[in-house]
Write a protein of this length. Structure first.
Length: 140
């Protein structure tokens, strides 16, 4: 089980792992071993998530989800496959945790009367400064 939060955990059977060769420097380790790990999670077919949760994830993680509805998370930070696998699982859990969180609705606010007055006064000062720089005589 991959724990996401207090109420949600994804069973291990719902995720698959694929390995491939990592890029970048690393010598023979990079040339010979498949250390990059890609975690795949079938978002569309997951029984662990509600339809509302699936819709929220599809909307927020659109760039990471394939046309087939599969969420992909890759890791190639570490030199070993095991460490990359753990990193991919942790990143997957973090992504779900962040994107399933409900944002509180925005409460409209207004600037105070004093804030409006300060803004207008600063605009007047700036205008005066620029008029003085230009060397022309104001027509007020």
């Amino acid at each position: 089980m991959i724990p996401i939060d207090d109420t949600l955990a994804i069973p291990d059977e719902e995720v698959t792992f694929a390995t491939s060769r990592s890029g970048g420097p690393g010598g023979q380790n990079v040339n010979k071993l498949e250390t990059r790990v890609t975690l795949r999670f079938d978002l569309a077919g997951s029984p662990s998530l509600s339809e509302e949760q699936k819709a929220r994830l599809r909307e927020r993680l659109a760039t990471r989800i394939t046309r087939d509805g599969v969420l992909q998370v890759s890791s190639q930070k570490h030199r070993s496959q095991g460490a990359n696998r753990d990193a991919a699982v942790e990143r997957f859990a973090e992504l779900l945790r962040e994107n399933l969180r409900e944002e509180p609705p925005r409460r409209k606010t207004r600037p105070s009367r004093a804030a409006k007055a300060r803004r207008l006064e600063e605009k007047r000062r700036q205008s005066q400064r620029k008029r003085e720089r230009s060397g022309r005589i104001p027509t007020d």
